[in-house]
Design a protein around this ligand. Structure first.
Ligand SMILES: [Zn+2]
Length: 307
């Protein structure tokens, strides 16, 4: 990936039941620090191969919850990784129970996978950092669904300072200093004169971030969990007409997703997880745009680059 431009590809955008045009939940987030698969409904691996995804770049699979349409694709994908001779370790993160399901399946079908598989179970009730390195940070937070469900936010780690080009040019500072200055060092010229780092640098560029919220009923605290996110994916299973049904079945409407995006001051909102009952999806966009302008309706195999 170029710089901090990330790419999200929607592999399946239907709720509960697939149809001829829309498969079950799955998304591939490609970042400067590696790729992350988010949810893995049945059919996800076929979509990955269709788009020619570099599957060996996938370090993490994040699972929102243990309803079948969000994770029944995992066993097949793990098996394909094994058959492809993967050696790179893989980490799967999801709600409590996922480890015993996977251990059982792997025990039945393989003596040993060709790669190390780490499974991390989530059991917390507030936002939490579940992974970080010097490039990425992954947070999980609880959603409000009929079984334990987690949303995820992936953020770039902002560490490098920006050079103040005008001042660098004015002092005629050589290129060999740039890396040190970006890391926070003071500048020392050939006469031993020190120029403080803060005189020559600007704060780091705003980091990139992606948040995934599926499945959930509407609750306002969710907008705090994803405050300032660059790209917010939020389920919108129903339209306003079926708001009561959304509430009863622990799902959201397009309007509710847009209210979360508005309150979170997100830059962009993508809607997905549409109920198969709707033939014309334009109403999702119309209803959402009453609360938030930048709305995209996800389609299978659609990709969006953002930064
Ligand atoms: Zn569900």
């Amino acid at each position: 990936m170029k710089g901090l431009e990330w790419k999200i590809t929607f592999l399946g955008t239907s709720a509960a039941l697939p149809n001829a045009n829309r498969g079950l939940s799955g998304q591939l987030l490609e970042t400067h620090g590696g790729s992350i698969l988010i949810d893995c409904g049945e059919g996800t691996q076929l979509q990955l191969f269709k788009i020619g995804a570099k599957v060996n770049r996938i370090d993490f699979i994040l699972i929102s919850h243990l309803h079948g349409d969000h994770f029944y694709g995992i066993p097949g994908l793990l098996s394909s990784f094994h058959l492809l001779g993967r050696v790179k370790p893989l980490t799967i993160i999801g709600p409590e129970g996922i480890k015993s399901i996977l251990d059982f399946l792997i025990k039945l079908s393989h003596e040993k996978l060709s790669y190390e598989l780490h499974v991390l179970e989530l059991k917390h009730e507030d936002k939490k950092v579940i992974f970080s390195n010097n490039e990425l940070e992954i947070e999980s937070f609880p959603l409000l669904h009929s079984i334990p469900t987690y949303g995820y936010q992936v953020k770039s780690v902002k560490t490098e300072l920006n050079l103040d080009k005008g001042k660098i040019m004015a002092l005629n500072i050589g290129i060999d200093w740039y890396k040190k200055l970006k890391a926070g060092a003071d500048y020392v010229d050939e006469h031993g004169l020190i120029v403080k780092n803060e005189m020559l640098t600007l704060p780091p560029i705003q980091g990139n971030s992606y948040a995934y919220c599926s499945d959930t009923k509407y609750f306002l605290k969710l907008s705090d969990y994803v405050k300032g996110v660059s790209m917010l994916y939020h389920e919108s299973t129903f339209t306003d007409e079926h708001e009561m049904e959304a509430q009863n079945r622990s799902h959201s409407t397009a309007s509710q997703a847009a209210k979360i995006a508005h309150n979170a001051k997100a830059k962009q909102l993508v809607l997905g997880h549409f109920s198969s009952r709707y033939k014309d999806l334009s109403v999702f966009k119309t209803e959402a745009q009453r609360y938030f302008r930048e709305v995209i309706l996800a389609e299978d195999l659609m990709e969006i680059k953002f930064h």
